[in-house]
Design a protein around this ligand. Structure first.
Ligand SMILES: [Zn+2]
Length: 389
């Protein structure tokens, strides 16, 4: 018994329904479940962190889940900054960059806000944007030489073009189904800086201000994903470990005198039996249990990030299946009448991100780089988010 799965069978049959997979030569000590389906064991979960074991899947699947949680789950972040005044020594660009990295509460943003490129408005509206403002000045106080400008001073500005108020005496306001869904999923705190007003959560320092200095700016926060910019990532950390005893020899431990002393076992080693040196090396063994750790920046609860990651993975794989079916004209569900039932894949909807040209444009966009008090939106003068172009 080597303690890890060796379901080294073709991937097409790895997940075939059947009465478990135990009994395969080499032994499977990993709990795969009765039907050899992927299995999740949550060891620790709070709003910010989770540790879970994922078994019954291949390494590529585990890594796909890690990447999708890190880079495909949408949040909102400040994307454009209009500088009305900035007399601090911090340049506009640096301040705009710091503002972009402030985590904003994004609960329910997947359904509670539209990507701005999908919205019919011209310059951002209630359904695709959150506006924040920062207006502070320091006139000098007793013994104080400077003032700290922090993320707690950012304030969400109520949208002027929000949904019409309900009419108790007449017909309900006319709204599209999409608009209604956004309104019903909208979190009342959406866009507020994470930790604002919470005791024990230190705010994020944005700048230090001397006597007589002033900052006055307006920020536009949009929905986005970390594939475009890391500021949209809902996680600060996501990692997984497998094979803590290095039975598969995927790692070579360089050491001077004592390998064990210089490479102590990880905390996950207790979940697998130790290496038995009397057994020959199993060339066919594959890893099957992955020990995940994910830590959120608190814009979205970490549980929601994992759930959305799994959903997105299903959507992405479905789009690949549909595309292959379209190319080959082969559909596994094809009925005997010859109806292939091929559905046109809609990549615009499924992928949720733009094409390469948009990504390339992003770097050139820049923020409010028009000098202090220029009163111009940063970017290429279009007044649009780079995500819209
Ligand atoms: Zn809009």
């Amino acid at each position: 018994m080597n303690g890890y799965s060796s379901f080294n069978v073709p991937s097409s049959s790895a997940f075939a329904p059947g009465p478990g997979a135990t009994g395969v030569p080499g032994g499977i000590d990993v709990p795969l479940g009765q039907t050899n389906q992927p299995r999740l064991l949550v060891r620790n979960l709070n709003n910010q962190e989770t540790t879970f074991h994922l078994s019954g899947v291949e390494l590529a699947y585990a890594n796909s889940l890690r990447r999708v949680m890190l880079a495909d789950v949408p949040t909102i972040a400040i994307d454009q900054v209009l500088f009305l005044q900035n007399t601090t020594p911090i340049p506009d660009e640096m301040l705009a960059h710091r503002l972009g990295l402030v985590p904003l509460i994004s609960r329910g943003v997947a359904k509670g806000l539209r990507y701005t490129r999908d919205c019919e408005c011209d310059e951002g509206c209630y359904y695709c944007m959150v506006t924040l403002k920062l207006k502070v000045s320091f006139r000098g106080a007793d013994g104080e030489k400077f003032m700290r400008v922090t993320s707690d001073m950012l304030e969400v500005v109520p949208s002027s073009n929000g949904p019409p108020a309900p009419n108790p005496y007449g017909p309900p306001p006319e709204l599209s189904e999409d608009d209604r869904q956004i309104i019903s999923n909208r979190d009342p705190e959406l866009g507020s800086p994470v930790g604002k007003g919470q005791p024990g959560v230190p705010p994020i320092l944005l700048a230090k201000m001397g006597q007589g200095q002033e900052i006055d700016l307006v920020c536009k926060a949009y929905k986005g994903i970390a594939k475009h910019h890391a500021k949209w990532s809902p996680l600060s950390t996501v990692a997984f470990e497998y094979d803590p005893h290095n039975k598969l020899r995927h790692t070579t431990h360089w050491f001077e005198t004592d390998e064990r002393a210089e490479w102590p076992l990880s905390s996950n080693a207790v979940f697998e039996p130790p290496l038995d040196p009397s057994l020959p090396f199993d060339y066919n063994a594959v890893p099957s249990t992955f020990y995940f750790t994910a830590e959120s920046v608190n814009s979205i609860p970490v549980r929601s990030v994992v759930e959305q990651g799994l959903d997105l993975l299903i959507e992405n794989l479905a789009s690949v299946i549909l595309a292959v079916q379209k190319e080959t004209g082969v559909d596994e569900d094809e009925d005997e009448n010859g109806d292939q039932g091929v559905t046109e894949p809609d990549f615009g909807e499924v992928n949720g991100y733009g094409n390469g040209a948009q990504v390339g444009d992003y770097g050139a966009g820049g923020y409010g780089a028009n000098g202090g008090g220029g009163g111009q939106w940063g970017g290429q003068g279009s007044g649009m988010s780079p995500l819209r172009r």
